[in-house]
Design a protein around this ligand. Structure first.
Ligand code: SAH
Length: 352
């Protein structure tokens, strides 16, 4: 599908035509990654952040937020829960927290790897090369880093660099792949200032990067952020702004699946936040094959408020597991076993 066709789909509002898009994405999903839905236990290990991302509720300047960093023992207790729940992967996510040192993190990864067979995914922001190499050597398998938008100007206006360094997430993703990680990325849908052309470029960029994992979710305004307060009055020209809607998110998922048939694609919590009743299921029916049940202890969940009214905030890890299983079974799919590695791993690298 070329860029013009992608833009046409993004603009399409005809329900019956869209049915054919959902169907195509679902068929490609089934053919390439099967019917199993893999579960990744998400553990939000710290909400401390040194960045000032203008969209994100845990940005450094949000003084209203109580901050936490989980201890190694707390994390290991959750990791053991992941085993009990038969998850194949644990995702360790945090703000860009330099209190999470290279040594502490590699010790944690080694402990998880020596005690369990879990795949370990890291999502710790833009860390230095030595950190990333050391963590890979310690046994980490995958790294998630969304590039948020491929429009450089928009990116710069919502994602300021740290000190005087430039922030180049696309270059970092290529480096992560070189180091040997499976790489995951993605974008927010409907960022103020994001045009249809931008989103079509994002989808082509997924393909160019040959991503192993692609996470797309709606941008959700947070009143404790500059973007949420619309300080800069970012807005694309009339008729060009991508809406941050549920429908647009399904289009993002379906088009990502068509562009990258082999990728692992989650039905995200941000989507479930827009439609608590059936968002997860519809994401899975329109191209997604992954869900990420939350493993974060209840007492910390509300503090990891990257956007407001996050789905599943009042639930325990056990609730999340039961709920995800029920939803997967209800749409006639199966819960995956094992690590659910990227099919790319067993194929030659086709990235540019
Ligand atoms: N510090 C890590 C993890 C950030 S949270 C990093 O920067 O990679 C993970 C993702 O949440 C972000 O990459 C972003 O795409 C998403 N996110 C942040 N704020 C959001 C908002 N207001 N609405 C929707 N998604 C948001």
């Amino acid at each position: 599908m070329n860029r013009t066709e992608i833009v046409e789909w993004l603009r399409c509002e005809d329900e019956s035509r869209l049915e054919s898009l959902w169907k195509e994405a679902d068929e490609i999903r089934e053919k390439h990654v099967g019917n199993a839905v893999h579960l990744r236990g998400l553990l939000e290990i710290s909400n401390i952040c040194s960045r000032e991302c203008r969209y994100c509720g845990i940005h450094a300047g949000n003084e209203k937020l109580e901050r936490y960093r989980m201890s190694k023992d707390e994390i290991m207790a959750c990791v053991r829960e992941a085993i009990d729940y038969r998850y194949g992967t644990v995702v360790l996510q945090a703000g860009e927290d330099y209190g999470i040192t290279r040594e502490w993190m590699s010790g944690l990864i080694r402990e998880i790897k020596s005690e369990t067979e879990l795949a370990v995914t890291l999502s710790l922001g833009e860390r230095g090369d030595e950190d990333l190499v050391t963590w890979k050597e310690a046994g980490a398998d995958r790294y998630l880093l969304r590039f948020e938008t491929s429009n450089r100007e928009l990116y710069d206006s919502i994602h300021p660099p740290l000190a005087s360094e430039t922030s180049d997430r696309l270059a970092l993703l290529k480096r992560l792949r070189e180091i040997g990680y499976e790489i995951g990325s993605g974008v927010m849908i409907g960022i103020p200032g994001q045009t249809y052309e931008d989103l079509a470029n994002d989808i082509q960029t997924f393909k160019d990067l040959n991503l192993d994992m692609i996470g797309v979710g709606p941008y959700i305004a947070h009143a404790g952020t500059p973007l949420g307060r619309n300080d800069k009055k970012l807005q694309a020209p009339a008729g060009e702004q991508v809406p941050n809607t549920e429908a647009m998110t399904y289009k993002g998922i379906a088009l990502a699946r068509i562009a990258c048939p082999d990728a692992n694609i989650p039905s995200t919590s941000a989507l479930a936040t827009l439609n608590t009743a059936t968002g997860r299921e519809l994401g899975l029916a329109r191209g997604a094959n992954i869900v990420m049940p939350n493993l974060t202890p209840k007492k910390y969940r509300a503090m990891y408020e990257i956007y407001p009214a996050k789905a599943c905030i009042d639930e325990t890890a056990a609730d999340c597991r039961a709920c995800m299983h029920r939803r997967i079974i209800s749409i006639g799919r199966g819960v995956g076993s094992g690590r659910g590695d990227s099919p790319n791993k067993t194929k030659p690298d086709q990235s540019a």
